[in-house]
Design a protein around this ligand. Sequence first.
Ligand SMILES: [Zn+2]
Length: 469
Amino acid sequence: MITITPYGAAGEVTGSAYLVETPSSTVLVDFGMFQGDKDDDARNVIPGRIHRMDVDAMVLTHAHLDHCGRLPLLVREGYRGPIFCTPAARDLAEIILLDAAHIMESDFDRRRRRSEQRGRKMSRYDQPLYDKDDVTQTLDLMEETDYGALRRITKDCHVLFHDAGHMLGSASIELRIEEEDGTERVIVFSGDIGPPNLPYLRDPEPPAKADVVFLESTYGDRDHKTLDETVEEFERILVEAVSSQGKVFIPAFAIGRAQQMMFHIAELIRKQRIPAVPIYLDSPMAIKAVNVYRMHRELFDAESTALTENGQMMHDLRSLVLCTSAQESKMINQAQGPFIVIAGSGMCTAGRIMHHLRNSIDDSRAHFIIAGYQARGSLGRHLVDGATQVSVMGERKLVKARIHTLGGFSAHAGQTDLVAWFKHVATNGTPLTFLTHGEQEARTALKDKLSELLNVNAYMPAYSEHLVI
Ligand SMILES: [Zn+2]
């Protein structure tokens, strides 16, 4: 008997974790952090059923924090088994987990100082979940496994990684489990699936067969605007801004989105739609990620491989300025337009974009291009919603800059692409299907779609529900 228990991303999009129990081993697939809710601290724990001594192996789909963020917790509690992932996932997880530990440690220091000033005691939830040493130990346990290389991970279980096209090194995971009677069960975890045609990345390569599939449903209820239309819109904004000597600021997630924006800007320069204006990549984390991209060119799609191998991309981005130090970032304040700044954070909640907002949000020659998801309550969301005044780093500011919202850049497949991915997996027979990693509305819509188009009755599991398969 095999049981699978989701410990996150069941009816929501963060906290991915699946405990897979077979007759002779226990495997944890992803162990991600819950994010975006004030109650998350209490949920970012090791659930009672997952005990460090019982887990034989872990498998990681990709390096986003909502998939790998709780791994160091288990290592802190004594887990010393292997963590299987692709080499690029390991390199990006290093950047992401160290950053998470750094943020938690500095938040903790700030809260401790404040509590001391007020003579208060801190609760146990105020402690950082883990520190840099726990992250280093976690990274040491990672066993790099290439796409397409079948690997034994426990006595009765093999793993095979398939490119998921969502971020560099992202994978859909195929677990092949030998049952006691000698038969093999194939269980597929889609991980996060990318849309086709993302810069640098290859399109998703779904497995051709599964007995059981766990399919993500982040955008199970809609299709995005096409990437071509979005790039055209991006071009119109940049052409106008640059020709009027404007300053362009793009708040962007450091890994994935920042590199994607650089790719599209390079294309516009190559096609001579805009001149080679200064492009400031103003994010130490995004710069580190660029280096990981350079180290893993073997994963690029054909177009990006050609552009990097013949030196074209380097030539297109000849005006790129990497701003590592805070000093270099502040220098941008003195620069005259036209120029483009890519800075974190993507939702204007922290990072260097904050000082650019403070400096330029009340400047009518400035443009802010909001190209990613903006959570309710974030400064980015207020701007998208048309606020005329905002508070930036404690200062009240009038919004005179132009705010542009581009909805079509996404690293997630839309409904049609999810159905296409599923169809491929179901080529050799319809698998038992579970929908996870989506808000209730999105996964219900995908469930209805799969039923309508393919007559598949997908199940929507709840947190900690034991699924006997
Ligand atoms: Zn992801």
